[in-house]
Design a protein around this ligand. Structure first.
Ligand SMILES: [Zn+2]
Length: 60
């Protein structure tokens, strides 16, 4: 199964698709633009709601 990032068009690594089957973004875009799905606590290292607040603060 292959999927391209909706932002940059690069192929999303297989490992990322296995960890986050619903993702449409590569890890670089997820980090810079914000993930398109609810991030796992283990991946972000913090509570998902806190992470979203952080992303909102970065965007605004
Ligand atoms: Zn990308």
């Amino acid at each position: 199964m292959k999927r391209r990032c909706e932002i940059c068009g690069k192929l999303i690594p297989k490992e990322r698709l296995e960890a986050l089957p619903g993702t449409k973004r590569c890890i670089e875009c997820a980090r810079s633009r914000g993930t398109d799905i609810c991030a796992k606590r283990s991946e972000v290292g913090m509570d998902p709601d806190t992470y979203k607040d952080l992303l909102g603060a970065v965007r605004s």
